[in-house]
Design a protein around this ligand. Sequence first.
Ligand code: PEP
Length: 254
Amino acid sequence: MTKDRKLIIAGNWKMNKTVAEAVDLVTQLKRDLANVKEVDLVVCPPYTALSDVSRVILDSNLRLGAQNMSEQNNGAYTGEISALMLREFSVRYVILGHSERRQYQEESNELIARKALAAHGASLKPIVCIGETLDEREGNRTEQVLETQLKGSLAGLSAHQMEETVLAYEPVWAIGTGKTASTEQAQSAHAFIRGVVAALFDDAVARRVRIQYGGSVKPNNARELMSQPDVDGALVGGASLEARSFGEIVTNSI
Ligand code: PEP
């Protein structure tokens, strides 16, 4: 499969894995995926495992991502972790605005935009998540919701920063539910998202930006999803917790 944009597949481990388990998983991934050159591979362990995982993947084709960060660089923000702190562990990517954070921490598009700017300020590439709920889809509001999330979460980014940002389309109803968007639903949302990026920036930026699909991606549906013209990778939750299933998603996508 040839696409101008390089696929990017990231595993979001969420609040799972002790340090020992994380090291074990990433050691297996490093061995199993050592020959993969066609896809950018990213693992996003919890903060507590970043340091050890970072050491294991040194000199490998795996890149490190975090699951969240503060919009502030330092100061009296108890419990927060800044982009500069993540850089100390050679973190390259950071997931921002995951639907779980939008839901449980009430993160707004405006906050996500500030975090995205702070991430770029520290040379981290944000993976900005957007997606509609089931109610919104059934109420035919998917495009309106995506457009509002994109306009708000990408506010203030330069064209260059936009190109260095990864978008993740994650329909909320498909996350952790075993329900996957059909290839038509995914492609149509991705094409719409690319159109919004073109309107907010320009066609060249929209052509370059990578848009991942997320929502119950598994080894058996990865190939079909990744073969859609506007799907440039995957953000994988549950299936990224085992080396075998994450590895199969990667190899089935190439
Ligand atoms: C996610 O949380 O980003 C996700 C896509 O989860 P899952 O693959 O488990 O649906």
